[in-house]
Design a protein around this ligand. Structure first.
Ligand code: CO
Length: 134
């Protein structure tokens, strides 16, 4: 059921600035900054051979990562995202195992145009987990 590590998301006050050292010091490929108003974030991706790093910066007053940055003013790892072949089947299995799905439990279209869900950090050793339809 569990597929590739799709990305690790790092919250930052300035996503572009944070991603820049990956380009200058590691020679990594970084994307342009993409505002996602429906998710309340601006994203910048760093492409690695086997996964991505997703820098997320708050966008708007009600950004879901604003509180995280209040608690972690220097930024920090916000969530990890695993691919699953069938997000609805994965959700139902997870709920059956007692894991909590955040929000209304309905998959939403994420930053890559694919359905995603977030799982409660208390059920995953303190890590916020995103699952994305592969
Ligand atoms: Co993500």
């Amino acid at each position: 059921m569990l597929g590739r590590l799709n990305h690790v998301a790092i919250a930052a006050k300035d996503a572009e600035k944070s991603a820049k050292i990956y380009a200058t010091a590691f020679g990594a490929e970084i994307s342009a900054a993409v505002p996602l108003p429906e998710h309340g974030v601006i994203t910048v991706f760093v492409t690695l051979p086997n996964t991505k790093i997703e820098f997320i910066q708050p966008l708007g007053e009600t950004s879901p990562i604003a509180k995280f940055l209040e608690r972690n003013p220097d930024g920090g790892i916000h969530h990890i995202c695993y691919e699953v072949p069938d997000i609805v089947a994965a959700r139902d299995t997870l709920i059956g195992e007692g894991a909590r799905v955040l929000g209304d439990g309905k998959p939403r279209i994420g930053a890559h145009g694919k359905p995603v869900l977030f799982l409660h950090p208390k059920d995953f050793s303190g890590a916020l987990v995103e699952i994305e339809q592969a």
